[in-house]
Every structure is written in C-alpha cells, then in structure tokens.
Write a protein that binds this ligand. Structure first.
Ligand SMILES: [Zn+2]
Length: 220
C-alpha cells in the first residue's frame, strides 16, 4: 500500500504511481518525475504522506539528484496529500492561485500560488509549461507540458483508453469539459505522449477518447 512505482515514459521522464483507497476500491494515480541537468521537478504528490516519504527516498537513491519543486495540478487528495512532507524537506510546492484556494477549502496546506505569473519555467536544460485549459474534472485543473520531449501531463482532465467512465464528476463541468479537452488538442497538436491522472499513458487518442466519454455522458 505504501509502495511507489516508477514507470519510464521517455529518456528523462517517469511516472510515479501510488495507490489510494476510495470507497473501498484501490485506485492507482499517476504523477510525473522530470529529471533535468539541475535536479528533479515533480508533478503532483502521491496519495499519502508515507508514500511521499518513500518517493523522496527512491528518487534520491535512483537519480542522485535533489527535488527542486513540485507542481500540483488540482486540489484533490491524489494530487496534493503529500504537500507537508515536501515542505518539511524544504522542497517548494507550486500551484495556481485557484488551486491554492481550493486546497485550503479542502483542508490541505496551501501551495505557493506562483503559477499564474510564472506559467513557463525552466530547470537546467528542461522547459516546463503549465496551462489552464478551462473547467473539466475540476474548475482548477491544469496541465503540464514539456516542450523538449513533447509530453503532456493532462492529469484527471484526461482518461486512459481503458477508462469506461469519467470517474469522480461531482465537481466537474460536463458542458465545458469537451471544449476544455479540445483546447488541449489545439494548443499541443505535436504531443507525442499524454499522461492521464489514472491508468496507462498513450497518445493524443486519449484526449479524443475522453471527448467520446463526455458525448456518451451527455446522451445518457
Ligand atoms: Zn481530482
């Protein structure tokens, strides 16, 4: 339960995968590990603080590099639960101001809301861009784009190909979501790899699959 899995996606980019229990069901979630010449950037924390401690140790051991910062893609448990462990280790955690507000509302420590002003960052040799495409899974969901490797971390906005439903939709906007997903296709047409919040990574067809699921949901 406390284990952390690392899955290689491309040269210096990995998925960190941990499992949480929701409603008695075990649900694996994906975050991103970006290894650069100047240390490691992470997208999202594991589900639990214990898993976060394991992830920090694992990365130190495997890459012999420091974690420089963490980006939180929205203020849900599977994205932000480990925030206090990173802060305790003097690793800054960034989000948009909307996610910081939602985090506080959901009972989490607020990330540093610097991404509104700083959507494009670089760490060593690696560019990292965050983008808010609109309301979908939640009103604060952002994506993270790696222009050097053409990887789009789409988080819970995009479903894996084997997903047969949209998952947790209590905070979703089902009318806006298809347009939000199409924004990603328009902005990042040369994406090679799409990493969803849960399940296997793939290509741009993950976005089209999500739009199909939204169409089905609408005609229900
Ligand atoms: Zn979520």
């Amino acid at each position: 339960m406390d284990s952390v899995e690392l899955i290689r996606v491309k040269e210096n980019v990995w998925i960190h995968r941990t499992s949480g229990i929701v409603g008695g069901e075990k649900i694996p979630a994906n975050g991103l590990v970006v290894v650069t010449s100047k240390g490691i950037a992470l997208v999202d924390t594991p589900w639990t603080e214990k898993q976060t401690e394991s992830l920090i140790l694992l990365l130190k051991e495997k890459f012999q590099k420091e974690i420089r910062f963490v980006i939180v893609s929205h203020a849900h448990e599977d994205r932000i639960s480990g925030i206090n462990i990173f802060l305790k280790n003097s690793i800054p955690v960034y989000s948009t101001s909307l996610t910081a507000k939602e985090a506080e509302k959901n009972g989490f420590t607020k990330p540093h809301p610097k991404l509104d002003l700083d959507p494009r960052m670089s760490l060593g040799d690696t560019g990292i861009e965050v983008y808010y495409p609109g309301h979908g899974h939640t009103k604060d969901n952002i994506v993270v784009w790696l222009p050097g490797s053409h990887i789009l971390f789409a988080g819970c906005l995009i479903k894996s190909l084997d997903a047969k439903s949209l998952g947790y939709i209590k905070e979703a906007n089902l009318d806006a979501w298809p347009l939000t997903a199409k924004n990603l296709l328009e902005r990042y047409p040369d994406t090679e790899i799409v990493v969803p919040g849960h399940g296997d990574w793939g290509r741009l067809d993950l976005i089209r699959h999500t739009i199909r699921l939204l169409d089905e949901q609408h005609s229900k």
